[in-house]
Design a protein. Structure first.
Length: 158
């Protein structure tokens, strides 16, 4: 018999995120669909004066913040901005003190820093997957519906 406990595999979680904006800038919303085993959770919210990119980022941040322990995440996203930002650009931005190659401040730096902190502290393994938005993917369509619900909440309609 071994004195060590068996390693616990991270919980697999499938996440779809989306952002919406009515005007850019304008009122916006974010939506998240999380699935783990037989459990499904929906999250959504919004802001009155925001941009589509900020709502796309907020959806990912809220999704990862909702996870209570390290997970094996498959994260579906339709935003090339967020996908490339987190998988390609962020390392250079950080090395340059959150500046772009042109030495300009990184846009949405507050959200990039929050997302980066969640990735560092969360202990998740994340498989980032791009999906084409508004193309019939059921998970993406559901996240889009939730993001639009977030706009309605920001406008005080629900």
């Amino acid at each position: 018999m071994s004195d060590t406990a068996p390693a616990i595999s991270p919980q697999p979680v499938v996440i779809y995120t989306d952002g919406a904006c009515k005007g850019n800038p304008g009122p916006g919303g974010w939506g998240v669909l999380l699935r783990s085993g037989d459990t499904t959770k929906e999250l959504f919210g919004g802001e009155l004066d925001t941009t589509n990119n900020r709502m796309e980022m907020t959806a990912v941040i809220e999704a990862l913040a909702a996870l209570k322990r390290p997970c094996a995440v498959t994260l579906h996203i339709d935003s090339q901005y967020v996908l490339k930002g987190i998988t390609e650009w962020i390392h250079s931005w950080k090395a340059r003190g959150w500046r772009t190659a042109a030495k300009a401040p990184v846009k949405n730096v507050d959200l990039w820093q929050r997302l980066d902190a969640l990735l560092v502290s969360g202990g998740h393994t994340i498989d980032w997957r791009w999906v084409r938005g508004h193309n019939g993917d059921p998970g993406n369509e559901h996240a889009d519906m939730l993001a639009n619900k977030g706009v309605e909440r920001a406008l005080g309609r629900i």
